[in-house]
Design a binder for this molecule. Structure first.
Ligand code: ATP
Ligand code: MG
Length: 433
C-alpha cells in the first residue's frame, strides 16, 4: 500500500492504486459503478460487465458497503462522474470486508440519533460533515498555539491527578491513589499560577479537565478540554486583550483554511468577529438584562446570571462581549478585588451570545490576602500550602483565563449540543466508548 494514491490526486492518464471504503455500489445492468471514499474525497470506479473479467466484476460488486478495498487501474476523464474522473479497474483487493448490517449509515441517507452516532463514532466520522467539525477543531487548536507562541507564551502540561480541588468540592471526581483519596483535576488554575512566578512567566496549556457536573445539559461535559492562559505582569484588561486576540485568531484561521469544511456544514456567511468586543461591567449587564423584560423576576446586584439571563443579554448585544467587575462573592477566591472597592473583583467572563466561553481575571498575588481568600471560601489554606507558600518567595502580579474548547467549537459552528464537538463525550449516562 506504499504506492497508494489519494482519490483527490488521481489525474486522467495516471495508472494508480487507490484505497478506502466502499461508499456505494450502483448497478445499472450492463454497467455498474462503485464509489470509493478516502480521506481526500471519492472516486467512481466503472465496471463494464461484458468487457471485464467475471471474477473482477464479482469481487467489485459483491462486496458489502463500507468494506475496505484497494483498486488498481487507469484514471480517465468522465464528465458525468461526480468528480470528473473515473477509474477502470484492473484489480480489486478486499482488505477487510464489512458486515452487511451496519449500526449507522455513513452515507447519511438514513438519519441516526445522537446517541447511536456517539456509540458508533468511527462510522459517524466517515460522514464528511461530521469529520469537518473535527478538522475545524484541530485547526482552532493549531491557530491558538501559534497565537500563544507569537506573544511569547510557553506551552506547559500540569498534573491531572491532584490531592485537592479548587473550584468547589461537589464537582470533584474522587479516585484512589495507592490507597489514598485523590481527585481528577477540575482546572490547572493553581499550577499555571505557580508557573508565572517561575522563570517561564507566560504560559498556556491545552488539556483535559474533569467535573462531576450535577446535570446533563447541552453545554456541559464531565470531561472537557480547556485552553488555559496565565501571564505575569499583565492586569485583567491585558488578559482580556489576549483572550480576544486568541478568539479572533481561531476564527481567522478557520475562515482562511477551512472553506471546504465550512461549506460542508452549510456556512456561506462565516465571518471573523470584527471590532473590539464590548466590555460591560456586571452592573451594566444586569441593568441591560432587566431592561429587556425577558426575565420573570428582575435581577438584583449579587445574583449570578442564569442561562435565561445570559441569553437575554446575548440577544441584546448580538455578538461576543465581556462582563467585567463581578461582585467578589460570586467569583473564586483567587481573583483579586479592587483595592478601593473590595466588594468588586477584577474577574471577567467572555460571552458568546449563546453562553459563557471564558472565565478569567487578575489574580491575588499577595500572600496574606490569598490565605484570607481561602478561609472565606471555606477552604483550609494548610491543604494548599504547596501553592500559597510560593507567594512568599516573589510572585509577580498576574492574570489569566480559561476557555472551554468544546464551547468554542460549538458556538463557532452553531452546534446544538456540546457532545457534537467532542469525539467521545463523558456525561452522566456515557462512560464508553
Ligand atoms: P458554567 O457556569 O457555564 O458551568 P463555569 O463558570 O463553571 O461554567 P469555569 O470554571 O469558569 O466554568 O471554566 C472556564 C471555562 O471552561 C468555561 O467558561 C467554559 O467554557 C468551560 N467549561 C467549564 N466547565 C465546563 C464543562 N463542564 N463542560 C464544558 N466546558 C466547560
Ligand atoms: Mg466561569
Amino acid at each position: 500500500m506504499d504506492d497508494r494514491t489519494f482519490t483527490a490526486d488521481a489525474e486522467p492518464g495516471d495508472r494508480v492504486t487507490v484505497a478506502g471504503w466502499v461508499h456505494e455500489v450502483r448497478d445499472l445492468g450492463g454497467i455498474a459503478f462503485l464509489i470509493l471514499r478516502d480521506k481526500s474525497g471519492k472516486i467512481q470506479v466503472k465496471f463494464e460487465k461484458d468487457e471485464m473479467d467475471d471474477d473482477l466484476v464479482e469481487t467489485g460488486l459483491g462486496v458489502h458497503r463500507e468494506s475496505v478495498i484497494a483498486v488498481t487501474g487507469a484514471v480517465e476523464e468522465e464528465e458525468r462522474a461526480p468528480t470528473g474522473v473515473e477509474m477502470l479497474p484492473e484489480s480489486v483487493d478486499v482488505l477487510n470486508e464489512a458486515d452487511a448490517e451496519l449500526p449507522l449509515d455513513p452515507s447519511g441517507k438514513v438519519d441516526a440519533d445522537l446517541s447511536t452516532r456517539l456509540d458508533n463514532r468511527t462510522l459517524d466520522l466517515r460522514k464528511d460533515e461530521v469529520k469537518a467539525i473535527f478538522e475545524i477543531r484541530a485547526e482552532i487548536l493549531r491557530a491558538v498555539r501559534d497565537y500563544f507562541r507569537s506573544i511569547g507564551s510557553t506551552e506547559i502540561n500540569t498534573p491531572k491527578i491532584v490531592a485537592t480541588g479548587t473550584e468547589g468540592g461537589t464537582e470533584l471526581f474522587p479516585i484512589t491513589y495507592f490507597g489514598e483519596e485523590a481527585f481528577m483535576n477540575q482546572s490547572p488554575q493553581l499550577f499555571k499560577q505557580l508557573m508565572v512566578g517561575s522563570g517561564l512567566e507566560r504560559v498556556f496549556e491545552v488539556g483535559p479537565i474533569f467535573r462531576a457536573e450535577e446535570h446533563n445539559t447541552p453545554r456541559h461535559l464531565n470531561e472537557a478540554t480547556m485552553i488555559d492562559f496565565e501571564s505575569a505582569f499583565i492586569d485583567h484588561e491585558g488578559a482580556m486583550d489576549v483572550c480576544e486576540g486568541t478568539l479572533k485568531a481561531a476564527y481567522e484561521a478557520v475562515e482562511e483554511n477551512c472553506a471546504e469544511e465550512l461549506e460542508l456544514l452549510g456556512y456561506d456567511d462565516f465571518a471573523t468577529p470584527e471590532g473590539d468586543f464590548p466590555r460591560l461591567t456586571y452592573e451594566e449587564a444586569i441593568e441591560r438584562i432587566n431592561a429587556t423584560g425577558e426575565l420573570d423576576t428582575q435581577l438584583v446586584y449579587g445574583d449570578d446570571l442564569s442561562t435565561e439571563a445570559e441569553r437575554a443579554l446575548g440577544d441584546d448585544v448580538g455578538g461576543h462581549y465581556f462582563i467585567t467587575d463581578w461582585p467578589s462573592e460570586i467569583k473564586p477566591f483567587y481573583i483579586q478585588d479592587y483595592d478601593d472597592d473590595p466588594e468588586t473583583s477584577k474577574g471577567f467572563d467572555l460571552m458568546h451570545p449563546r453562553m459563557e466561553l471564558v472565565s478569567g481575571g487578575q489574580r491575588e498575588h499577595r500572600y496574606d490576602a490569598l490565605v484570607e481568600g481561602f478561609r472565606q471560601q471555606g477552604l483550609d489554606p494548610d491543604q494548599f500550602d504547596y501553592y500559597t507558600k510560593m507567594f512568599k518567595y516573589g510572585m509577580p502580579p498576574h492574570s489569566g483565563w480559561a476557555y472551554g474548547v468544546e464551547r468554542l467549537v460549538m458556538t463557532m459552528l452553531d452546534l446544538e449540543n456540546i457532545r457534537e464537538a467532542v469525539l467521545f463525550p463523558r456525561d452522566r449516562q456515557r462512560l464508553s466508548p
